[in-house]
Design a protein. Structure first.
Length: 177
């Protein structure tokens, strides 16, 4: 990639992210009041969102991670999903909230939900920072979402293009690259 040609437009600013993440954390906390909650972050994209979400929640919330990768190039999902890192502990009987960076085709989420459901958690819900409904290929219900975004490729706040831009403090659109 020729870095001199990179142009990134801000789609969701740092203050907007901060405000919305705090609201989501409060909503989730009140919904799960009195229950032990396990957040499962989907690597790698969700780690920034998850860290901010968690720091706005009760400190008894626990966390684990799953890694997935979909075969295909970096901007298009092929539909085939595979688990590259599994959970450390059993989720049986636990209240699980799956934390995603973005739901695009929905194929990754569908696969993860199907997989986790067979492990019999007490409950299983989804929280995604971004929802990009334009390219949805399978129906998935999102219990919590931060922002609905248009059909463009976004980076930053954990999301990457070819492993770059994850550290940007805002969500941006790659305009020229
Ligand atoms: P899916 O198409 O819903 O299965 O999305 C799978 C994964 O593709 C997401 O968790 C992201 O890691 C990645 N992805 C989808 N859209 C974007 C985007 O606009 N920017 C960066 N990553 C994306
Ligand atoms: Mg992801």
């Amino acid at each position: 990639m020729d870095r001199s040609k990179e142009k990134i437009g801000v789609l969701i600013s740092e203050p907007e992210l901060k405000k919305r993440v705090k609201e989501l954390a409060q909503e989730i906390s009140s919904d799960y009041e009195g229950r032990d909650l396990l957040l499962i972050g989907v690597l790698k994209g969700s780690f920034v969102f998850l860290a901010d979400l968690m720091r706005n929640m009760d400190y008894h919330v626990s966390v684990d991670f799953m890694g997935t990768s979909s075969y295909g190039d970096s901007t298009k999902s092929s539909g085939e999903v595979r688990i590259t890192k599994d959970l450390e502990k059993s989720v049986a009987g636990r209240h699980v909230l799956l934390v995603e960076d973005i739901v695009d085709t929905g194929l990754t989420l569908r696969y993860l939900l199907d997989t986790l459901r067979t492990r019999q958690p007490a409950s299983l819900r989804v929280c995604t920072l971004l929802d990009k409904p334009a390219r949805r290929r399978v129906r998935v219900s999102l219990d919590y979402y931060g922002f609905i975004i248009p059909n463009s490729f976004v980076v930053g706040y954990g999301l990457d293009y070819d492993e770059q831009f994850r550290g940007l403090p805002f969500v941006g659109v790659l305009e020229e690259f």
